[in-house]
Design a binder for this molecule. Structure first.
Ligand SMILES: Nc1nc2c(ncn2[C@@H]2O[C@H](COP(=O)(O)OP(=O)(O)OP(=O)(O)O)[C@@H](O)[C@H]2O)c(=O)[nH]1
Ligand SMILES: [Mg+2]
Length: 213
C-alpha cells in the first residue's frame, strides 16, 4: 500500500482539452467500458468513497475528471465507452474528446485499462491495447469485479487474457481487482508507483544520452 494515493483531491471535470489542468507532471488515465468500474477503482485506490462519482447508470462519467495526488502526479477518470443507448452525437463527441486527449496530452504516462472480469477484451478494449502498442504507452489492465466470480474462475480469466495478449510487444501488466471486496489494491499501487516513476527514469536516460552526444 502506498498512502500517497490516499491524499488524492478532485481538481476539475473538463468537457474539452482546453479546460484541463496544466499539462505538466505525470498523468495516469483510467479507461474502459462504461460501467466497467473505473470510478469505483479510483475511489478504492484512494480510499475515498465519494471522490469519483459512481453510478448504476452506464455512461455516468461524460467528461475528463482530474484528480491531483501531488503537484506532479494526477489520475484522470475517462468517460466510458460502448454504452449503446447513448445518442450518436454523444458517441461522436466522446470519440473526438478521447482522440484529442490521447494524442495531445503530453503528461499522459500510462493507461489503466479497466475491464469487467466477466466481459474482458471487448472491441474497444482491443482498440485501446492497439493504441498503447502503437504509441508505446505503458498499460496496466485491471480485471475488476473479481468478486462476481469464484476465485478459480477469475484466475482462469486472468490466464486467458494473459494468453491473448502474449504477443503484444510493449509494457503490459494484468491483474485481478475488486472495488467491492477491496482486493488487488497493493498490486495496483505498486504498478502505479512503477508507471509514474518509470517515465522519469527513461527521461533521465535520454538526458544522459543527449549530454554525451
Ligand atoms: N460487485 C462489484 N461491483 C462493482 C465493482 N466495481 C464497480 N462496481 C459497480 O459497477 C457499477 C459501475 O461502476 P462505476 O465505477 O461507476 O463504473 P465506470 O466504469 O466509472 O462507469 P462510467 O462512468 O459509466 O464509464 C456500479 O454499480 C458499481 O457499484 C466491483 O469491484 N465489484
Ligand atoms: Mg465513471
Amino acid at each position: 500500500m502506498n498512502p500517497i494515493y490516499h491524499q488524492a483531491k478532485f481538481i476539475n471535470s473538463s468537457p474539452d482539452l482546453k479546460d484541463t489542468p496544466e499539462d505538466q507532471g505525470k498523468e495516469i488515465a483510467f479507461a474502459g467500458r462504461s460501467n466497467a468500474g473505473k470510478s469505483s477503482a479510483i475511489n478504492t485506490l484512494t480510499r475515498q468513497n465519494g471522490l469519483a462519482r459512481i453510478s448504476k447508470t452506464p455512461g455516468r462519467t461524460q467528461m475528463l475528471n482530474f484528480f491531483e495526488i501531488n503537484d506532479q502526479k494526477r489520475f484522470v477518470d475517462l468517460p466510458g465507452y460502448g454504452y449503446a443507448k447513448v445518442p450518436i452525437a454523444v458517441k461522436k463527441k466522446w470519440h473526438e474528446l478521447m482522440e484529442k486527449y490521447l494524442t495531445q496530452r503530453k503528461s499522459l504516462c500510462a493507461i489503466i485499462l479497466v475491464m469487467d472480469v466477466r466481459h474482458p477484451l471487448t472491441e474497444f478494449d482491443w482498440q485501446m491495447v492497439d493504441w498503447c502498442q502503437h504509441t508505446g504507452l505503458p498499460l496496466h489492465i485491471l480485471l475488476t469485479k473479481a468478486d462476481k466470480l469464484t476465485y478459480g474462475a477469475a484466475k482462469n480469466t486472468l490466464m486467458q487474457v494473459q494468453k491473448e495478449l502474449i504477443d503484444i510487444n510493449f509494457p503490459l501488466t494484468i491483474q485481478l481487482f475488486s472495488a467491492l471486496k477491496k482486493t488487488g489494491i497493493d498490486e495496483v499501487h505498486l504498478a502505479l508507483d512503477y508507471l509514474f516513476n518509470q517515465v522519469e527514469f527513461e527521461e533521465e536516460d535520454d538526458v544522459e544520452q543527449t549530454d554525451i552526444q
